[in-house]
Design a protein. Sequence first.
Length: 484
Amino acid sequence: MPPFPRAAKDAVGDTTLRGNLRHATHTIRDKRAAAVAELPDWERLRAAGAAIKDRTLRHLDHYLEQLEASVTAAGGIVHWAADAAEANRIVTDLVRATGEREVIKVKSMATQEIGLNEALEAAGIRANETDLAELIVQLGDDLPSHILVPAIHRNRGEIRDIFTEKMARWGRAAPEGLTDSPAELAEAARLHLREKFLRAKVGISGANFMVAETGTLVVVESEGNGRMCLTLPETLISVVGIEKVIPSWQDLEVFLQTLPRSSTAERMNPYTSMWTGTTDGDGPRVFHLVLLDNGRTDTLADEVGRQALRCIRCSACLNVCPVYERAGGHAYGSPYPGPIGAILTPQLRGTASELDASLPYASSLCGACYEVCPVAIDIPEVLVHLRERVVQGGPVTVRGTRTRIRPAKGHAAERAALRAATWALDRPGALRAGQRLAGRARRLVPRRLPGPGRAWTASRDVPAVPAEPFRDWWQRRTREAGGE
């Protein structure tokens, strides 16, 4: 993937994409605003959610050990994965042990993060997505572009064409004469997936929450496909980030109020599936829980950046972000697009690549994302923090070891400008002289900057320089007022 500015430039030129995104994000955020306004204690729920997450993160080791003990006592088997490669190896070996060569999946950001579908395919195992939007993405050989609505960049006509052309390659073909009616598209997907649900012996899922005190996993969804995947197969494998643990059932109460309203604008999500280990004669006979780190412990070590681990994947920040609305999700080059992806991805993956180093700049810092976040993640604060890391380098934690990274390439001019600004701001006399000189030479200032400044002025003019500095203007006005 190219850096965000280059990818975003191509996306902004796609008028169909921009139209799809504008319609979808505005519709979702307007409905969300109405749903949230119904709760007089929304801000208190928001503060409670942030407090629960912060308390859990402070004692994450304790709650993860408690979770492991609870899941094991309930008949589940817990595996620990330090990174994506280990998680993929664990899941692949577990599927191979069943003798199956096909699995069904619940929508899962964690499995997208580690590239599980590709790892299974390399091992000769087909993974079938069952969420409607994920199915559209998979059939279209596409990538998700939204946390909640992965196919948000597709319109109904495009979806009909994908179903008609590609569905037969994966199983039951689309009905003859399929139109772009939402009801017909949903029915085509239902018929296609029903055969897979009834045939599959292995299901793979993530989880929205894990309750440490009981070992219970929770998946919330709107379609019912998750319920089918979690109950029908003989073996269930859940891959979950370690930050998804919460201490108690009482804590879960808070998030079951805030997550549906922030994501789908529903008072309560239609399906809330919970399971605790295994039970004879009810649900899967074997349950495996794969606890995924993959950079989360390193993120936890950052006192500013760790708040990104509060995220409950509601996607509200994407729907209000002016950058996401115009660029779409693919430009972020990560399963986590939008504002939350701009702070989470560079912490999970580091900032060594051009793409990851560019993500903290994929924001206008307008603050709308913070205002709608149901767990009060101060995304603008973390963005500025990560920008400093990209430009200056400095101490970070990598795979549990404290180290110092070098500044990212391409920011030498920015560092020089900041050093010059620091020197000038520390010397009032020099600052005043520079301001006066700029005022006198203001007619010579070009509308576009040369060299490194070209990128900044490619889409904006250089601000007009005032005829005199504010201090001089203020002193002159004061003298004139005194003379009167």
